[in-house]
Design a protein around this ligand. Structure first.
Ligand SMILES: Cc1cc2nc3c(=O)[nH]c(=O)nc-3n(C[C@H](O)[C@H](O)[C@H](O)COP(=O)(O)OP(=O)(O)OC[C@H]3O[C@@H](n4cnc5c(N)ncnc54)[C@H](O)[C@@H]3O)c2cc1C
Length: 226
């Protein structure tokens, strides 16, 4: 908003491009208001002279390296499946940042990179985790699109596991529920949640140790439905 204000760039919410003009190159764009169902409202067309149109169509992780290495990918994040310490399905290979899931804020990338770096150093010193180590799957329930990490090994967690996820739709006056084996282990209130803003919770080690074999499910609900 500050950038838009500083450069007097108008921001039209609930509008869409309904026509692009020009033959050899772009000369203008017709922009119309949309109704509550996203349909253009006839009679609201405005023509803007322009020579370029930029479309913001979202980001997905670039996974050439992960795919070529044979790392298990999560179809929800389009990035590698990772454990609590950012280790991928190949022991000794760690991933972090936008290659795992798309971040809005670089601060979370930094935190993830520190976790991955420390785990890679520990792997170099101590070697691989025992194959039979308990791993709790983290699953997305109602209203949640994905979780990172997708697996947590309680034995490797010092105090708590950090979990990141995105909700599927806008929520107001909502609650995040952490559930396992039919029991709600913990709940977190949120005033507002939106798909464009990554959510972050922590699950204490003692709750991870209590989790049922079928894992932990994270859901987002309106507070009155919870
Ligand atoms: C338009 C936009 C605006 C943003 N604004 C903000 C903001 O204001 N504040 C904020 O906190 N965050 C912002 N972010 C988010 C932030 O930029 C990202 O979360 C962060 O840069 C991700 O860091 P990364 O190291 O994981 O990935 P990247 O920064 O994308 O770094 C990955 C690097 O790997 C390189 N690479 C890829 N494949 C290979 C390969 N095969 N071999 C070698 N190198 C390779 C790429 O060239 C790139 O340099 C913004 C993101 C975008 C897209």
């Amino acid at each position: 908003m500050q950038c838009l204000n500083d450069y007097h760039i108008p921001l039209y919410l609930s509008h869409t491009i309904t026509e692009i003009r020009g033959s050899r190159r772009v000369e203008g764009a017709v922009v119309s208001r949309v109704d509550g169902r996203g349909k253009p409202v006839p009679g609201t067309e405005r023509l803007f002279d322009c020579d370029t149109i930029l479309l913001s169509v979202g980001l997905i992780p670039e996974n050439e390296l992960s795919r070529n290495a044979g790392i298990e990918l999560d179809p929800r994040t389009k990035g590698p499946v990772v454990c609590e310490n950012m280790e991928t399905s190949i022991p000794g290979v760690f991933a972090c940042g936008n290659v795992v899931h798309v971040h809005d804020l670089v601060d979370f990338v930094t935190a993830e990179s520190q976790r991955a770096g420390a785990a890679a150093a520990a792997y170099a010193l101590q070697g691989a985790a025992p194959a039979e180590e308990k791993a709790v799957p983290l699953k997305n329930g109602e209203g949640v699109g994905y979780t990172v990490p997708q697996r947590v090994r309680p034995g490797r967690v010092e105090k708590y596991a950090e979990v990141f996820f995105r909700v599927r739709r806008n929520f107001k006056g909502s609650v995040i529920e952490v559930e396992s084996g039919g029991n709600v282990l913990s709940a977190f209130k949120r005033e507002h949640m939106a798909p464009g803003e990554m959510e972050h919770i922590v699950i204490p080690k003692r709750l991870l140790e209590k989790a049922a074999d079928d894992g932990i499910t994270i859901s987002a609900k309106e507070a009155e439905k919870a």
